[in-house]
Structures are given as structure tokens and as C-alpha cells.
Design a protein around this ligand. Sequence first.
Ligand code: C5J
Length: 222
Amino acid sequence: MAEIDALPFSFTFKPQTIALMVIDMQRDFAEPGGFGASLGNDVGRVTAIVPTVKRLMEGFRAAGLPVIHTMECHRPDLSDLPPAKRDRGNPSIRIGDMGPMGRLLIAGEPGTAILDELAPLPGEIVIKKPGKGAFYATSLGNELKWIGARQLVFAGVTTEVCVQTTMREANDRGYECLVAEDATESYFPEFKAAALAMIRAQGAIVGWTATTDQVLEGIANA
Ligand code: C5J
């Protein structure tokens, strides 16, 4: 077994069964005029982690390890958007409404795309998800089985919403999960800190945390 120096203790993995999950690094969360901004958030916090997420992705790719991308988005007819989700949050415009980058969080719209710098390579798995968790109403569980993944490293946004929800779903399904602390971000620094603390509390009750450097070192030494 290889290992990553992590909290609350070393994260062990097999080089053949580890994969990177990059959660929702979309224009809608990172650019003015998108969904995140419609909720009144400072999207600059998300753009700040792009170079670190890119470094992590490139490390996995260089080691020949899988990189899986997720995108939060809905069907154009909104049939997969529960009214409870559309109405929540008191946004200036809602999911499905027309914004400066097209319809908010709708599959195929320019604003819903993954940021150019972090674009999936041909052949990489891209999961379109209508929920905050990436297992709900998607093929993610099957995709992970088909590639033989057992340990998942997480990057992306936001730490306490889609990253943490997906980690919890994965943890319940028996995956060992680690979040790269500096490759994830929240619009609220205090929520990020709390989410990371919760994840690694009680002997890694949801998973582990480590820096991008520690993850890349663990992979390089594997
Ligand atoms: C949110 C996400 N925060 N990707 N989505 O609505 O975390």
C-alpha cells in the first residue's frame, strides 16, 4: 500500500485504485453572472483555486490515474429540477432563467461549462448531476466500479455543499475519501474550515484531508 501524509492519520491507497474527483469547477460557480453570483456570493474565491486544481489534475494525469469531472446542471425542460431547489436561496435570477452566460445551470449552456483551464481531456469521465451529491440520479457508481476505483481524492467547489455531499455519499458506499484542502473552496471561509474539520473528525468519520503537495508526493512515491 502507498500512503499520503494526511489528517487525521495517513491515507493508504493502491496506485491502481485511486482516482481524482473534480467537483463542479464550472463557470456558473466561478464567474460573475453565473449561479453562484446570483446568490450574492464572491466568486473570486473560486477562481483563486484554479491553478491548484490544475496542478492536482496534471499530477494524476501524469501518473496515468483517472480524473473524473462533475457538473451540476439540469435538463433544459427542468424536469429534473424539483421546485424546492429552484425556489431556494432567494436568488436574483433562478436556475433555468436567462443570464449573461445563458440559462443558469442548464446542460449545454455556456455558463454551465467547466472552466477552460480545467477542461476534461477526451476520454475522461464527466458526470452531469442534478443534485448536490454526484451519486444521486447519475451513473457515477457504475463508472467507479468499471474503472475499479476504491480511493477517491476530491477537489472543487463548494467544500461544504457539493464536495462534502459527494464525499459523504461515497463514504457510505465504502470508498475511502480524501479532500485536497487547498484545491477546494467555499464562498464562506468559515464553512470551508468547518467542513474540513467535520470530515476528518472522530477518526476520519467521513474521510481525510491533505494539501495538494502531500497528495502529489504520495502519488509520486507510490
Ligand atoms: C452549490 C456546489 N453550492 N457545486 N453547488 O450550489 O457546491
